[in-house]
Ligand binder design. Structure first.
Ligand code: NAD
Length: 260
């Protein structure tokens, strides 16, 4: 179901309005959260059955200081990574790749760590991963990077906590843990893209995690428009020029039909 600020506005009116905004905009930035990937079978964090209900992620301090925390982390990763790695993009990811091919979409800023925007066809250098990627693991001492698949193979072969093959240092996934700042370069690029956007499309984010949740406000302040497409309400819905409560994949597919 969708709704807008005007009483009497129908779902299809809002999707039409979004399509019109996209047609008129040359510089579009998408900002995506876990909600764009639920239709690919990856649960979001805060929804029912979300990751937080099963196991809260560690803080960086706890991860570094406590070998038991690392043991639990790697055991959980060994169980979950094959499932994540097998997920495929859905209609929502493909719609954004389509917008990039049309020359409309400058960049996708994502909070997701699943790599599905790149899998759908968005160029890697057009995807800003604010929270890093689960598909890479790096050494905290020497910075050597390993693929998720290689680390998985080592775990399957019996390593409980894989260490760096170059220097023996502690490894970690290339994702942002609680208590850590976002990667500076990614955040700076995201802020610049948000300010330059004629239209920011927010898709599947609860918009409660800062500083990422402040990005749509930056677009607005710089004179751009904001569209929010989410299954549930967010604290920033008042910013939206177009506000659709709905499912990401089917809604974005319809938008692509309307603009093609
Ligand atoms: P979130 O879990 O806080 O919010 C997701 C939002 O998406 C919710 O408001 C929910 O109502 C909405 N939603 C769920 N399915 C939807 C659908 N099909 N269509 C439209 N809306 C839908 O996620 P967040 O705001 O992205 O932030 C929390 C953190 O979770 C991020 O840091 C991210 O790194 C991490 N995370 C990532 C993944 C992933 O990579 N796929 C999965 C879980 C969590």
């Amino acid at each position: 179901m969708s709704r807008g600020s005007d009483a009497g506005t129908t779902d299809s009116d809002l999707v039409e309005l979004l399509a019109q905004k996209i047609i008129k905009s040359r510089r579009i930035v998408a900002f995506t959260g876990a909600g764009i990937s639920t239709e690919s079978g990856i649960p979001d964090y805060r929804g029912p059955g979300g990751v937080w209900e099963r196991q809260a992620p560690p803080t960086i301090g706890d991860y570094l200081e406590n070998p038991e925390t690392r043991r639990i982390f790697w055991a959980a990763r060994k169980e979950r990574y094959p499932g994540l790695a097998s997920r495929k993009p859905n209609q929502g990811h493909y719609a954004l790749a389509h917008l990039e091919r049309m020359g409309k979409l400058d960049v996708v800023i994502t909070q997701n760590i699943d790599g599905l925007h790149q899998a759908a066809g968005n160029a890697a250098d057009h995807v800003i991963e604010l929270h890093g990627s689960a598909h890479h693991v790096r050494c905290l001492t020497c910075g050597t990077v390993y693929s998720g698949a290689d680390i998985q193979a080592r775990q399957e072969a019996g390593e409980v906590e894989p260490d760096c093959l170059v220097c023996g240092g502690i490894l970690r996934t290339a994702t942002v843990l609680f208590g850590e700042p976002l990667p500076r370069e990614a955040l700076d690029r995201a802020i610049a893209a948000s300010r330059a956007a004629e239209l920011m499309l927010v898709i599947g984010s609860s918009l409660v995690v800062n500083p990422a949740a402040r990005l749509p406000g930056m677009t607005k302040k710089a004179g751009g428009a904001v569209a929010i497409l989410n299954r549930t309400a967010t604290p920033h819905d008042n910013l939206a020029d177009v506000h659709i409560i709905g499912e990401a994949g089917p809604t974005l597919s319809r938008v692509i039909e309307l603009i093609s």
